[in-house]
Design a protein. Sequence first.
Length: 258
Amino acid sequence: MIRLPNSVILSFDVDGQRVFDFFDNSNKDILLEHGLPKAVEFLKSNNLDATFFTVGKNIIDFPKVHEKLKEFEIGNHTYSHPYFLTQKTFSEKEFEIKKAHSIIEDFYGTTPKMFRAPDYQIDQETITILKGMDYRGDSSIVKVLVPFYLRYCINYFKQRSIAKDPFEIPLTSFFLPFNGTTAIFYGFELTRLIFEYLLRFNKVININFHERDFVNIKINKAGFWRRERALETTLKFLNYMHKRCNILSFRQYLNQYH
């Protein structure tokens, strides 16, 4: 019997630098303009699809770089990327989702069917809005099981009722938000070991990156932000995953497994 390889749902949260208050307010966005083309280049060179969760306001302000995503699945990441979305009123949540939805439809000529909340903050009200708009799924819960990173662990246990809903496709994790930023922080070898460990328990791993994971950058104003080898580490890990697993977008995953 031939054993099929494991699969990875690959997505990118396209936040841009405006979500960080230690960047200036110029008309440029080094994370979008330098990082996003590198992500697209990797996918195209390997003939892969992935899901890009885009911010509506960024599409309007930086249309040229977002045009590069037209061949890929586009997900909804709200209009303005507000942190603490769950603390907004129902009307505010609805505005953030529907405004971004409309911008994506107008710009890409496609209807988004997947949603990811900023900072993985989701609640039942937001799920209700998404289901009412005929979305196929949400992917905002990080499945953190060990309280090494307490905030995400608490979030997961608070959101367990949502996680049980087939509509929700949680990000695969164990003790940290396991994503591209984790790979850069720990380095390739340790991240690879965590990835292999997760493969032992999951036929499909849901992992996300950001466009900033493709930018080598050093910010003096915030000493923790030292990512001089971010691009090299990210590409090394993506290439490793590609050799090890099938790479899927959310639409491919849903069509194949649901």
